[in-house]
Design a protein around this ligand. Sequence first.
Ligand SMILES: [Fe+2]
Ligand SMILES: [Fe+2]
Length: 135
Amino acid sequence: MALMVWSDELSHGVASIDAQHHELVDLMNALYDSAVAGEGAVTVRLFDKLLEHTVAHFRHEETLFIATGYPDASRHRHHHELLTAKAIEYRDCAAAGDFKTLTAEILPKLRDFLAFHIQKDDKETCAFLNKQGIC
Ligand SMILES: [Fe+2]
Ligand SMILES: [Fe+2]
């Protein structure tokens, strides 16, 4: 079963951001499946890939903040920093091979953080970007 299901609630009408969010959801599900199967090396590799893509995605959003003069940029950027720090901390659990904690606690928590961020901070930002003609 998928850990995270893509839905319209995660889509905010900015094509580049929506596509990257969708990719993060797919990666999160692949990571979860791998952890459930207890595939140590694959799980760590997927976690690293998720981290890489998440950081690149955050940089993309932050580039758009600067390009458009987004007024709430510093708060949003701070939330990116917090989420990145959490993901790095959780990645160490994957590296330690604790699949039970990873699948039962860590990955559901990371999913909830990501879903909340997309539905709150990113939604507000995308509404602003839409007003600036970015879609
Ligand atoms: Fe985002
Ligand atoms: Fe964001």
